[in-house]
Design a protein. Structure first.
Length: 93
């Protein structure tokens, strides 16, 4: 699937692209667990989308990496589409 074809609230998304930018990592506590999150920009030949990276992915994925998200979910934050692997998805380098 191409990034330009992604729709908000779409689940089971599989998309490939290159990480062109990574934001600052944030840490917070939720339900007694320490969580890390950062936003990255995932780009393919059709466009780009915000990719939310959680925990291990937030430290493992670097700018310039080619990645594939499997079973991702598209949502909207501040008027922009973004994709996350969520609980059941994965991100492969």
């Amino acid at each position: 699937m191409k990034i330009s074809e992604l729709m908000i609230k779409q689940g089971n998304v599989e998309v490939e692209g290159t990480i062109t930018e990574i934001g600052e990592m944030r840490s917070f506590n939720k339900y007694g667990r320490q969580l890390n999150v950062t936003n990255a920009v995932l780009k393919d030949d059709s466009g780009s989308i915000q990719l939310t990276l959680w925990n291990d992915d937030a430290t493992r994925i670097k700018e310039g990496d080619k990645v594939k998200t499997s079973n991702g979910f598209v949502n909207e934050y501040q008027g922009e589409k973004q994709i996350t692997s969520g609980k059941f998805g994965s991100i492969e380098k």
